[in-house]
Ligand binder design. Structure first.
Ligand SMILES: [Zn+2]
Length: 132
């Protein structure tokens, strides 16, 4: 099953399909960054394209711009372990995602952040800005 999935999406389909695919990736995590839980604004290649990483669901995770930019071309799990917001449950989720077990990944993310599908997260972010 995983071998069939490992196809370049760019080869398979025009832009429309690509856009649908990007949307579905964000939907898996309730539009939250897989690393820190903030709203995901981009798709991060876990294994960077510069190192041969493919644009497959297994290699692409929703990420906020800050994590995506900060991680750059570093190994994702290695980079993630050094972050202040490191959470072992998220690390497990990332590993499960890379192995193509999205269902397990999503369950671990929910465990790490039970509210992750509820918009209260955004309100909380706002009040933190005001307090700062
Ligand atoms: Zn993030």
């Amino acid at each position: 099953m995983h071998i069939n999935d490992a196809v370049f999406l760019e080869d398979l389909c025009p832009k429309f399909r690509l856009r649908q695919w990007r949307k579905s990736i964000h939907r898996f995590t309730g539009k939250s960054c897989i690393y820190c839980g903030k709203p995901s604004e981009s798709i991060d290649h876990v294994l960077p394209q510069s190192q041969g990483g493919l644009s497959t669901t297994e290699n692409c995770v929703p990420a906020c711009l800050s994590c995506n930019g900060d991680k750059s071309d570093e190994n994702a799990l290695y980079w993630y372990r050094k972050q202040k917001f490191y959470d072992p449950r998220r690390a497990m989720a990332i590993r499960a995602w890379l192995e193509g077990d999205l269902r397990l990944a999503i369950r671990l993310l929910q465990w790490a952040n039970p509210n992750f599908k509820i918009n209260q997260n955004y309100e909380k972010d706002e009040s933190e800005y005001k307090a700062a």
